[in-house]
Design a protein around this ligand. Structure first.
Ligand SMILES: Nc1ncnc2c1ncn2[C@@H]1O[C@H](COP(=O)(O)OP(=O)(O)OP(=O)(O)O)[C@@H](O)[C@H]1O
Length: 258
């Protein structure tokens, strides 16, 4: 891993009126690192993810991003066009519900190909060949390329959403409960696939999950949230094998007893 953080998150807070979404969250994310944000429903995971990925404006705090030209930019000081460009070229966002991240009424090939066109690719033959390659990488048969995602199973849709996000070679991917709502066997296959791709591509990722098994399998580091605050933060194996906070101990033991 490099000695320059990809992302420097400082004191992010988000209030919805008087209600706390998340409060005073700070951390660095390193190139090639996968960070899991865990906690029960309502603990502030999605609020934090949406703030960091600039989908939501935090009440206070800053996020600095290490650009490809080696400079740091504060994300909330960028204009809308710059942020959109970053999202298209350097970032991916995998939604829990594939319908939020796909265009359901255009073909699988177009779902992958249009991201390439958005970054300036114009050669139809190359775009189609890259789309076929990516469908195969996410274990979708190439002969489904002209089918629309609404004809796909939940697991296939999620794999297509991942292909659409990764085809442009992002450096950072945000994932919000990427395996939520899928059958256990489908989840296991998807997790294997995500783990392989993240490793192969050397991606950095921030993954929100309420499932500690997902955090264990995918992440190097994890943050445990409760009532909008990060109450424990450390290497994933350390946090899960030797949780320091009583609340984390409770979370871990409740999983073990299942
Ligand atoms: N748009 C909103 N308006 C008002 N309060 C909100 C809004 N979005 C979230 N909240 C509140 O902020 C807190 C954190 O919610 P958030 O959705 O971030 O938690 P979460 O851990 O992602 O939960 P879940 O796993 O259920 O999605 C909760 O108290 C929630 O009610």
């Amino acid at each position: 891993m490099s000695d320059t953080p990809l992302l420097k998150v400082k004191d992010i807070s988000k209030f919805y009126g008087s209600r706390i979404g998340c409060r005073n969250v700070s951390f660095d994310l390193w190139p090639g690192e996968v960070l899991a944000i865990v906690g029960e429903s309502g603990s502030g995971k999605t609020t934090l993810l949406n703030c960091i990925s600039t989908r939501l404006l935090p009440t206070t705090g800053s996020v600095e991003y290490h650009m490809r030209d080696e400079t740091y930019r504060e994300l909330f000081r960028m204009n809308e066009a710059e942020r959109r460009f970053l999202m298209r070229t350097d970032w991916g966002f995998v939604h829990q519900n594939p319908a939020d991240g796909l265009r359901m009424t255009v073909s699988a090939g177009a779902n992958v190909g249009e991201r390439l066109m958005a970054i300036g690719n114009r050669h139809y033959g190359n775009i189609r060949a890259t789309a076929v390659d990516w469908l195969e990488r996410v274990e979708i048969d190439a002969d489904r390329i002209d089918d629309q995602p609404r004809a796909f199973s939940g697991g296939m849709r999620q794999r297509l959403q991942i292909a659409r996000n990764l085809v442009t070679g992002p450096r950072l991917v945000f994932m919000d409960e990427p395996t939520g709502g899928l059958d256990v066997s489908v989840q296991a296959r998807l997790l294997d696939l995500v783990r392989g791709l993240v490793n192969d591509l050397g991606l950095s990722a921030i993954i929100v999950t309420h499932d500690l098994a997902v955090a264990r399998l995918l992440s190097h580091r994890m943050m445990v949230m409760k009532d909008g605050v990060v109450i424990e933060h450390g290497l994933t194996d350390r946090v899960l094998d030797d949780p320091r906070e009583p609340y984390t101990q409770l979370l871990v033991s409740s999983i073990l007893q299942v």
